[in-house]
Ligand binder design. Structure first.
Ligand code: PMP
Length: 339
Protein backbone atom coordinates (compact mmCIF):
# COMPACT_ATOMS: atom_id res chain seq x y z
CA UNK A 1 0.00 0.00 0.00
CA UNK A 2 1.34 3.44 -0.90
CA UNK A 3 2.12 5.62 2.11
CA UNK A 4 1.29 8.76 0.18
CA UNK A 5 -2.26 10.05 -0.17
CA UNK A 6 -2.78 11.29 -3.72
CA UNK A 7 -3.63 14.96 -4.22
CA UNK A 8 -6.27 15.45 -6.91
CA UNK A 9 -6.81 18.45 -9.20
CA UNK A 10 -10.58 18.21 -8.80
CA UNK A 11 -13.35 15.94 -7.61
CA UNK A 12 -13.42 14.35 -11.08
CA UNK A 13 -9.76 13.44 -10.86
CA UNK A 14 -10.64 11.43 -7.73
CA UNK A 15 -12.71 8.94 -9.78
CA UNK A 16 -11.06 5.50 -9.90
CA UNK A 17 -8.22 4.14 -7.81
CA UNK A 18 -10.75 2.58 -5.43
CA UNK A 19 -9.65 0.30 -2.57
CA UNK A 20 -9.38 -3.45 -2.78
CA UNK A 21 -10.32 -4.95 0.58
CA UNK A 22 -9.82 -8.53 1.72
CA UNK A 23 -12.97 -10.24 3.02
CA UNK A 24 -11.38 -12.59 5.52
CA UNK A 25 -14.50 -13.49 7.48
CA UNK A 26 -16.98 -14.04 4.68
CA UNK A 27 -16.43 -17.64 3.66
CA UNK A 28 -13.47 -19.15 5.53
CA UNK A 29 -14.57 -22.66 4.52
CA UNK A 30 -13.78 -21.72 0.90
CA UNK A 31 -10.03 -21.94 1.58
CA UNK A 32 -9.52 -19.11 -0.91
CA UNK A 33 -8.74 -15.42 -0.62
CA UNK A 34 -11.66 -13.13 -1.39
CA UNK A 35 -11.30 -9.42 -2.15
CA UNK A 36 -13.87 -6.69 -2.79
CA UNK A 37 -13.23 -3.77 -5.15
CA UNK A 38 -15.08 -0.99 -3.32
CA UNK A 39 -16.50 1.16 -6.10
CA UNK A 40 -18.54 3.02 -3.49
CA UNK A 41 -15.31 4.92 -2.80
CA UNK A 42 -15.74 6.87 -6.05
CA UNK A 43 -16.79 10.45 -5.25
CA UNK A 44 -20.32 10.00 -6.65
CA UNK A 45 -20.62 6.78 -4.65
CA UNK A 46 -20.58 4.16 -7.40
CA UNK A 47 -18.85 2.33 -10.23
CA UNK A 48 -20.86 4.44 -12.68
CA UNK A 49 -18.67 7.50 -12.00
CA UNK A 50 -16.14 5.78 -14.23
CA UNK A 51 -18.60 5.31 -17.11
CA UNK A 52 -19.92 8.87 -16.79
CA UNK A 53 -16.43 10.33 -16.93
CA UNK A 54 -15.39 8.11 -19.81
CA UNK A 55 -18.43 9.09 -21.89
CA UNK A 56 -18.25 12.85 -21.21
CA UNK A 57 -14.70 14.00 -20.55
CA UNK A 58 -13.37 13.54 -24.11
CA UNK A 59 -16.22 15.64 -25.51
CA UNK A 60 -15.79 18.32 -22.87
CA UNK A 61 -12.03 18.54 -23.44
CA UNK A 62 -12.59 18.69 -27.21
CA UNK A 63 -14.89 21.69 -26.68
CA UNK A 64 -17.89 19.79 -28.02
CA UNK A 65 -19.84 20.27 -24.77
CA UNK A 66 -20.01 23.84 -23.54
CA UNK A 67 -21.63 25.59 -20.58
CA UNK A 68 -24.71 27.57 -21.57
CA UNK A 69 -24.84 25.93 -25.00
CA UNK A 70 -24.95 22.18 -24.44
CA UNK A 71 -27.40 19.96 -22.58
CA UNK A 72 -26.61 16.39 -21.64
CA UNK A 73 -29.69 14.15 -21.78
CA UNK A 74 -29.59 10.64 -20.33
CA UNK A 75 -31.91 7.97 -18.97
CA UNK A 76 -30.87 6.70 -15.55
CA UNK A 77 -32.60 6.29 -12.24
CA UNK A 78 -29.59 6.11 -10.12
CA UNK A 79 -25.89 5.80 -10.10
CA UNK A 80 -25.01 6.87 -13.64
CA UNK A 81 -27.26 9.91 -13.23
CA UNK A 82 -25.34 10.92 -10.11
CA UNK A 83 -22.00 10.42 -11.90
CA UNK A 84 -23.13 12.59 -14.82
CA UNK A 85 -24.65 15.18 -12.48
CA UNK A 86 -21.30 15.57 -10.75
CA UNK A 87 -19.45 16.15 -14.05
CA UNK A 88 -22.07 18.50 -15.49
CA UNK A 89 -22.16 20.56 -12.27
CA UNK A 90 -18.37 20.80 -12.25
CA UNK A 91 -18.28 22.15 -15.81
CA UNK A 92 -21.54 24.12 -15.58
CA UNK A 93 -23.25 22.11 -18.32
CA UNK A 94 -27.03 21.54 -18.16
CA UNK A 95 -28.20 17.98 -17.54
CA UNK A 96 -31.71 16.66 -18.10
CA UNK A 97 -32.14 13.25 -16.50
CA UNK A 98 -35.05 11.05 -17.53
CA UNK A 99 -36.27 8.97 -14.59
CA UNK A 100 -39.30 6.82 -13.79
CA UNK A 101 -41.47 6.38 -10.68
CA UNK A 102 -39.14 3.70 -9.28
CA UNK A 103 -36.36 6.25 -8.78
CA UNK A 104 -35.86 6.59 -5.02
CA UNK A 105 -36.61 9.82 -3.16
CA UNK A 106 -33.01 9.91 -2.04
CA UNK A 107 -31.62 9.74 -5.59
CA UNK A 108 -34.05 12.44 -6.75
CA UNK A 109 -32.89 14.62 -3.85
CA UNK A 110 -29.25 14.08 -4.81
CA UNK A 111 -29.97 14.99 -8.45
CA UNK A 112 -31.83 18.13 -7.39
CA UNK A 113 -28.93 19.11 -5.13
CA UNK A 114 -26.73 19.06 -8.24
CA UNK A 115 -29.40 21.24 -9.98
CA UNK A 116 -30.24 18.55 -12.49
CA UNK A 117 -33.51 18.92 -14.42
CA UNK A 118 -35.44 15.76 -13.61
CA UNK A 119 -37.85 14.60 -16.32
CA UNK A 120 -40.29 11.97 -15.03
CA UNK A 121 -41.76 9.31 -17.33
CA UNK A 122 -44.99 8.05 -15.76
CA UNK A 123 -46.21 5.33 -18.15
CA UNK A 124 -44.39 2.02 -18.68
CA UNK A 125 -44.12 0.53 -22.15
CA UNK A 126 -47.56 -1.00 -22.87
CA UNK A 127 -46.03 -4.11 -24.51
CA UNK A 128 -43.39 -5.10 -21.96
CA UNK A 129 -44.62 -3.28 -18.82
CA UNK A 130 -41.03 -2.01 -18.43
CA UNK A 131 -40.17 1.67 -17.97
CA UNK A 132 -36.90 1.54 -19.93
CA UNK A 133 -38.47 1.71 -23.44
CA UNK A 134 -40.60 4.70 -22.34
CA UNK A 135 -37.56 6.42 -20.84
CA UNK A 136 -35.57 5.91 -24.04
CA UNK A 137 -38.45 7.22 -26.17
CA UNK A 138 -38.54 10.35 -23.97
CA UNK A 139 -34.75 10.80 -24.30
CA UNK A 140 -35.07 10.65 -28.10
CA UNK A 141 -37.83 13.26 -27.98
CA UNK A 142 -35.75 15.57 -25.76
CA UNK A 143 -32.63 15.16 -27.90
CA UNK A 144 -34.64 16.03 -31.03
CA UNK A 145 -36.13 19.18 -29.46
CA UNK A 146 -33.31 20.56 -27.26
CA UNK A 147 -30.65 22.69 -29.02
CA UNK A 148 -27.11 21.47 -28.27
CA UNK A 149 -28.37 18.20 -26.78
CA UNK A 150 -25.98 15.28 -26.29
CA UNK A 151 -27.06 11.78 -25.29
CA UNK A 152 -24.15 9.72 -23.91
CA UNK A 153 -26.33 6.58 -24.23
CA UNK A 154 -24.83 4.20 -21.71
CA UNK A 155 -26.62 1.29 -23.41
CA UNK A 156 -24.60 1.50 -26.62
CA UNK A 157 -21.63 3.82 -26.05
CA UNK A 158 -18.34 1.83 -26.26
CA UNK A 159 -16.77 4.37 -23.85
CA UNK A 160 -18.95 2.87 -21.10
CA UNK A 161 -17.24 -0.57 -21.15
CA UNK A 162 -13.88 0.99 -21.98
CA UNK A 163 -13.89 2.78 -18.61
CA UNK A 164 -13.83 -0.60 -16.88
CA UNK A 165 -10.68 -1.81 -18.58
CA UNK A 166 -9.07 0.51 -16.03
CA UNK A 167 -11.18 -1.00 -13.21
CA UNK A 168 -9.72 -4.41 -14.07
CA UNK A 169 -6.23 -3.01 -14.55
CA UNK A 170 -6.36 -1.64 -11.00
CA UNK A 171 -7.40 -5.08 -9.69
CA UNK A 172 -4.77 -6.86 -11.78
CA UNK A 173 -1.96 -4.56 -10.66
CA UNK A 174 -2.97 -4.71 -6.99
CA UNK A 175 -2.91 -8.52 -7.03
CA UNK A 176 0.11 -8.93 -9.32
CA UNK A 177 -1.92 -10.68 -12.02
CA UNK A 178 -3.19 -13.39 -9.68
CA UNK A 179 -6.99 -13.28 -10.06
CA UNK A 180 -8.63 -16.67 -10.60
CA UNK A 181 -12.27 -15.52 -10.44
CA UNK A 182 -13.81 -12.12 -11.08
CA UNK A 183 -17.46 -11.63 -10.09
CA UNK A 184 -19.24 -8.76 -11.91
CA UNK A 185 -22.90 -7.80 -11.67
CA UNK A 186 -24.61 -6.73 -14.88
CA UNK A 187 -26.90 -3.89 -15.96
CA UNK A 188 -25.70 -2.27 -19.17
CA UNK A 189 -22.91 -4.88 -19.12
CA UNK A 190 -20.28 -2.13 -19.19
CA UNK A 191 -18.37 -3.36 -16.14
CA UNK A 192 -18.47 -6.98 -17.29
CA UNK A 193 -17.43 -6.24 -20.83
CA UNK A 194 -14.65 -3.80 -19.97
CA UNK A 195 -13.13 -6.08 -17.32
CA UNK A 196 -13.37 -9.10 -19.65
CA UNK A 197 -11.73 -7.13 -22.46
CA UNK A 198 -8.73 -6.30 -20.26
CA UNK A 199 -8.47 -9.94 -19.15
CA UNK A 200 -8.54 -11.18 -22.74
CA UNK A 201 -6.14 -8.55 -24.05
CA UNK A 202 -3.61 -9.53 -21.36
CA UNK A 203 -4.25 -13.27 -21.72
CA UNK A 204 -5.00 -13.58 -17.98
CA UNK A 205 -6.28 -16.93 -16.71
CA UNK A 206 -9.20 -15.30 -14.90
CA UNK A 207 -12.65 -16.88 -14.99
CA UNK A 208 -15.17 -14.07 -15.44
CA UNK A 209 -18.44 -14.70 -13.60
CA UNK A 210 -21.39 -12.61 -14.80
CA UNK A 211 -23.90 -12.12 -11.99
CA UNK A 212 -27.40 -11.23 -13.06
CA UNK A 213 -30.76 -10.82 -11.32
CA UNK A 214 -33.30 -13.58 -11.57
CA UNK A 215 -36.03 -12.08 -13.78
CA UNK A 216 -33.53 -10.12 -15.90
CA UNK A 217 -33.32 -10.95 -19.61
CA UNK A 218 -29.59 -10.18 -20.06
CA UNK A 219 -28.40 -13.78 -20.38
CA UNK A 220 -31.53 -15.00 -22.17
CA UNK A 221 -33.76 -15.87 -19.20
CA UNK A 222 -37.46 -15.01 -19.10
CA UNK A 223 -38.44 -11.58 -17.76
CA UNK A 224 -39.85 -11.55 -14.24
CA UNK A 225 -40.54 -9.18 -11.36
CA UNK A 226 -37.47 -7.71 -9.64
CA UNK A 227 -37.46 -5.49 -6.58
CA UNK A 228 -33.91 -4.16 -6.43
CA UNK A 229 -32.56 -1.47 -8.76
CA UNK A 230 -29.01 -1.36 -10.16
CA UNK A 231 -28.32 -4.73 -11.71
CA UNK A 232 -30.52 -6.70 -14.12
CA UNK A 233 -32.49 -5.39 -17.11
CA UNK A 234 -35.85 -5.88 -18.79
CA UNK A 235 -34.34 -5.22 -22.24
CA UNK A 236 -30.89 -6.35 -23.41
CA UNK A 237 -28.73 -3.27 -24.20
CA UNK A 238 -26.99 -3.04 -27.54
CA UNK A 239 -23.50 -3.19 -26.02
CA UNK A 240 -24.28 -6.16 -23.80
CA UNK A 241 -22.06 -9.10 -24.71
CA UNK A 242 -23.07 -12.34 -22.97
CA UNK A 243 -19.88 -14.03 -24.21
CA UNK A 244 -17.86 -11.71 -21.93
CA UNK A 245 -18.85 -14.03 -19.07
CA UNK A 246 -17.30 -17.50 -18.76
CA UNK A 247 -19.91 -18.43 -16.16
CA UNK A 248 -23.27 -16.93 -15.29
CA UNK A 249 -24.95 -16.99 -11.88
CA UNK A 250 -28.53 -15.75 -11.40
CA UNK A 251 -29.37 -14.33 -8.00
CA UNK A 252 -32.82 -13.67 -6.51
CA UNK A 253 -33.78 -10.53 -4.59
CA UNK A 254 -33.79 -12.51 -1.35
CA UNK A 255 -30.31 -13.87 -2.04
CA UNK A 256 -29.13 -10.25 -2.57
CA UNK A 257 -30.63 -9.24 0.77
CA UNK A 258 -28.96 -12.19 2.52
CA UNK A 259 -25.67 -11.39 0.76
CA UNK A 260 -25.85 -7.72 1.88
CA UNK A 261 -26.84 -8.49 5.46
CA UNK A 262 -24.11 -11.14 5.72
CA UNK A 263 -21.54 -8.63 4.45
CA UNK A 264 -22.57 -6.13 7.08
CA UNK A 265 -22.43 -8.70 9.89
CA UNK A 266 -19.21 -10.45 8.89
CA UNK A 267 -17.21 -7.71 7.20
CA UNK A 268 -18.77 -4.47 8.53
CA UNK A 269 -19.34 -3.37 4.93
CA UNK A 270 -22.69 -1.68 4.26
CA UNK A 271 -23.02 -2.46 0.57
CA UNK A 272 -25.65 -2.04 -2.16
CA UNK A 273 -27.89 -4.72 -3.67
CA UNK A 274 -25.62 -5.80 -6.49
CA UNK A 275 -22.72 -6.21 -4.02
CA UNK A 276 -25.03 -8.58 -2.17
CA UNK A 277 -25.64 -10.29 -5.51
CA UNK A 278 -21.96 -10.96 -6.23
CA UNK A 279 -21.48 -12.11 -2.63
CA UNK A 280 -24.38 -14.53 -3.01
CA UNK A 281 -22.99 -15.69 -6.36
CA UNK A 282 -19.67 -16.56 -4.72
CA UNK A 283 -21.60 -18.65 -2.18
CA UNK A 284 -23.48 -20.41 -5.00
CA UNK A 285 -20.30 -21.16 -6.95
CA UNK A 286 -18.23 -22.05 -3.86
CA UNK A 287 -18.27 -25.82 -4.50
CA UNK A 288 -16.52 -25.27 -7.82
CA UNK A 289 -13.85 -22.82 -6.66
CA UNK A 290 -10.65 -24.82 -5.99
CA UNK A 291 -9.05 -24.07 -2.59
CA UNK A 292 -6.17 -21.63 -2.83
CA UNK A 293 -7.91 -19.51 -5.48
CA UNK A 294 -8.08 -15.73 -5.46
CA UNK A 295 -11.58 -14.32 -6.01
CA UNK A 296 -12.44 -10.67 -6.61
CA UNK A 297 -15.94 -9.29 -6.21
CA UNK A 298 -16.76 -5.90 -7.73
CA UNK A 299 -18.96 -3.99 -5.24
CA UNK A 300 -20.71 -1.31 -7.37
CA UNK A 301 -22.19 0.94 -4.66
CA UNK A 302 -22.85 1.40 -0.96
CA UNK A 303 -25.77 0.46 1.27
CA UNK A 304 -26.87 4.00 2.16
CA UNK A 305 -28.94 4.02 -1.02
CA UNK A 306 -30.85 0.92 0.17
CA UNK A 307 -31.73 1.85 3.75
CA UNK A 308 -35.47 1.82 2.94
CA UNK A 309 -35.31 -1.63 1.36
CA UNK A 310 -32.51 -4.14 1.98
CA UNK A 311 -31.63 -2.71 5.41
CA UNK A 312 -35.23 -2.06 6.53
CA UNK A 313 -36.48 -5.05 8.56
CA UNK A 314 -40.15 -4.22 7.85
CA UNK A 315 -39.51 -4.06 4.11
CA UNK A 316 -37.67 -7.38 4.21
CA UNK A 317 -40.43 -9.04 6.26
CA UNK A 318 -43.13 -7.67 3.94
CA UNK A 319 -41.49 -9.16 0.88
CA UNK A 320 -39.88 -12.34 2.17
CA UNK A 321 -41.36 -13.15 5.59
CA UNK A 322 -39.26 -13.98 8.66
CA UNK A 323 -35.88 -14.59 7.08
CA UNK A 324 -33.50 -12.99 9.57
CA UNK A 325 -32.20 -16.40 10.60
CA UNK A 326 -30.68 -16.69 7.11
CA UNK A 327 -27.95 -14.24 8.10
CA UNK A 328 -28.15 -14.14 11.90
CA UNK A 329 -27.82 -17.73 13.01
CA UNK A 330 -25.50 -19.17 10.42
CA UNK A 331 -22.06 -20.41 11.28
CA UNK A 332 -19.45 -19.58 8.72
CA UNK A 333 -21.38 -20.98 5.79
CA UNK A 334 -23.12 -18.51 3.53
CA UNK A 335 -26.84 -19.04 3.77
CA UNK A 336 -27.75 -18.20 0.20
CA UNK A 337 -28.22 -21.83 -0.77
CA UNK A 338 -31.15 -21.92 1.67
CA UNK A 339 -33.06 -19.05 -0.03
N1 PMP B 1 -24.88 -2.36 -9.69
C1 PMP B 1 -25.34 -1.11 -9.54
C2 PMP B 1 -25.68 -0.64 -8.15
C3 PMP B 1 -25.52 -0.28 -10.63
O1 PMP B 1 -25.99 0.97 -10.48
C4 PMP B 1 -25.20 -0.76 -11.92
C5 PMP B 1 -25.44 0.11 -13.12
N2 PMP B 1 -26.82 0.30 -13.36
C6 PMP B 1 -24.72 -2.08 -12.04
C7 PMP B 1 -24.57 -2.84 -10.90
C8 PMP B 1 -24.41 -2.69 -13.38
O2 PMP B 1 -23.30 -2.07 -13.95
P1 PMP B 1 -23.12 -2.06 -15.54
O3 PMP B 1 -24.09 -1.03 -16.09
O4 PMP B 1 -21.71 -1.67 -15.75
O5 PMP B 1 -23.46 -3.41 -16.04
Amino acid sequence: MSARTPVHDSILDAVGGTPLVELGGLLPSLGSRVFAKLESANPGGSVKDRSALSMLLGKIRAGELLPGRSTVVESSSGNLAIGIAQICRYYGIDFVCVVDPRTTRQNLAILRAYEVTVDLVTEPDPETGAYLPSRLARVRELVATTPGAYWPNQYRNPLNPRAHERTMREIDEALDGRVDYLFCSTGTGGTLRGCAQYIRDRGLATTVVGVDALGSVLFGGPPGPRLLPGHGAAVRPELFDPSAADEVVLVSDLECVVGCRTLTLREAILAGGSSGAVTAALGKLADRVPPGSTCVLVFPDRGDRYLDTIYDDDWVRRHFGDVEHLWKEQGHTMAVAAC
